[in-house]
Design a protein around this ligand. Structure first.
Ligand code: AMP
Length: 442
């Protein structure tokens, strides 16, 4: 149920690994495959996964190709038993580390950076008496974004990189502990939210309870602001800030900084809806539903070529003509990447009879790559690369276009330090010289 609740974070592959803390040390049962949670798992498959400790994952690939071998959790046998591991984020020094490890005999089975982490943990475990100590030592070697869940035969460990790029939280139900990227999954399984894992913190859960190590915590943090803008579900809270509230704020700010006379405010489903509500509340203009989304067309269906990307917008979204006909429409989306979606929907809303279409975006223009776990195409393919807002508007064909200002972004995380590298080109950690990212799949 937890994986179902996190399905929005990755739709390519998924998996579960379980073990029994009272059972033999090397015995881990696992199953993973390409596809959505309900495609990969059925009651018979789940029935076989017996245990009292486990880790699951849904994958959205940035580094490493989208294939079965690269699905997670990774399960690794080594002298001290078996490790299961799930990783969210992207490492900056995986290529160097992989090379170093390969020259000393490591054989890798996947092409994902996560395997480097698992390998380092296994190796470090030979030098220190505990698996949490091995996780800490591995963390000293890896650079980049990672939220980790590590299952050892007797313990469950959660770790968050010192910048806290990706979220990770702790929940509890009766005597059971949960670790999850988002709080919405805790709600789904009926667990109570305990707290967020802090950036740099390692928590260890055993049958005796939970322990924490904060020796790698640092003052300098950089939460991914795109989690609040697009990635996370609005019913999740990250580091004390509700994603819903954050998007309402973004809409309100947009209404103040980019006002325009109009009859209706609409959101581009799903990610633009909450910000549209915020805009409408602030501007005192009615909020409406202009699009019906077909929730049954998965991303897998959508072909990667530009041409089918264009038609896929029509497959996914249809306009409610009676809502926009004869109206001046303000349309809110969370981001423009290549511009394909905006271009198509502006045209669709006009064809449905809108007299004016004003586009407002609840994030700043995407001008740069992300090296920390968001799949963004190379600079040249970004519509905002080397274009002014007016020039972008000429391409998408709206009556006006307004973006959230970079200076206002911190308000979306209640003033907490953030990474906004994709909007500024300035990163909290030096980006790698070689581009190690995958390809954008929208
Ligand atoms: P585009 O059509 O390329 O401009 O994509 C814009 C749409 O993609 C917006 O509606 C966003 O909600 C969505 N989006 C933004 N970033 C990503 C991402 N990294 N992966 C998938 N979808 C995204």
């Amino acid at each position: 149920y937890g994986l179902f609740a996190l399905q929005h974070r990755g739709q390519e592959s998924c998996g579960i690994a379980v073990s029994d803390t009272e059972g033999p040390k090397g015995k881990v049962l696992s199953y993973k495959d390409m596809g959505l949670v309900n495609e990969v798992f059925n009651p018979e498959k789940l029935e076989k996964l017996n245990g009292n400790i486990g880790v699951g994952h849904v994958r959205y690939s940035t580094a490493g190709s989208s294939s079965r071998e690269n699905a997670q959790p990774l399960v690794l046998n080594y002298v001290k038993g078996t490790l299961g591991m799930a990783h969210n984020g992207n490492l900056l020094n995986a290529v160097e580390l992989r090379e170093e490890l390969s020259y000393t005999g490591a054989i890798f089975q996947t092409t994902i950076d996560s395997e480097v982490i698992a390998y380092l943990i296994a190796r470090e475990r030979l030098n220190v008496p505990t698996v949490e100590g091995a996780v800490l030592n591995a963390m000293k070697k890896i650079k980049g974004a990672y939220s980790l869940i590590v299952m050892s035969p007797r313990k469950l460990i959660g770790a968050r990189d010192p910048f806290g790029f990706k979220p990770l939280c702790i929940g509890k139900r009766d005597n059971a502990y949960f670790l999850s990227s988002e709080t919405c999954a805790l709600d789904t399984v009926g667990a109570e939210f305990v707290r967020d894992v802090e950036p740099g913190e390692v928590v260890t859960i055993t049958k005796d309870g939970i322990k924490s190590d904060k020796s790698l915590c640092q003052k300098n943090t950089a939460r991914c602001i795109f989690e609040y803008i697009y990635f996370a579900r609005p019913d999740s809270k990250i580091d004390g800030m509700g994603v819903y509230e954050s998007r309402i704020n973004a809409g309100r700010i947009l209404a103040k900084t980019h006002p325009v006379d109009a009859d209706i405010v609409v959101g581009v489903p799903e990610s633009g809806n909450v910000a549209a509500m915020g805009y409408a509340m602030q501007a005192g203009i009615p909020y409406g539903t202009a699009f019906v989304k077909n929730s049954y067309v998965g991303r897998t269906f959508i072909k990667p070529q530009q041409k089918s990307r264009e038609s896929s917008v029509r497959v996914k979204l249809n306009v409610l003509k009676e809502v926009v006909k004869g109206k001046r429409v303000i349309m809110i989306d969370d981001s423009i990447v290549r511009g394909t979606t905006s271009d198509r929907i502006v045209q669709m809303v006009r064809e449905a009879g809108a007299t004016e279409v004003h586009m407002r975006i609840s994030s700043p223009p995407f001008i740069s790559e992300c090296y920390f776990g968001t799949d963004i195409p190379s600079k040249e393919q970004l519509i905002a690369h080397n274009r002014t807002v007016e020039e972008i508007n000429d391409v998408i064909g709206a009556d006006s276009l307004g973006y959230l200002k970079v200076e206002r972004l911190k308000e979306l995380s209640r003033g907490q330090e953030i990474c906004m590298g994709c909007f500024t080109g300035k990163y909290p950690l030096e980006p790698p010289k070689e581009d190690i990212r995958g390809e954008y799949k929208k």
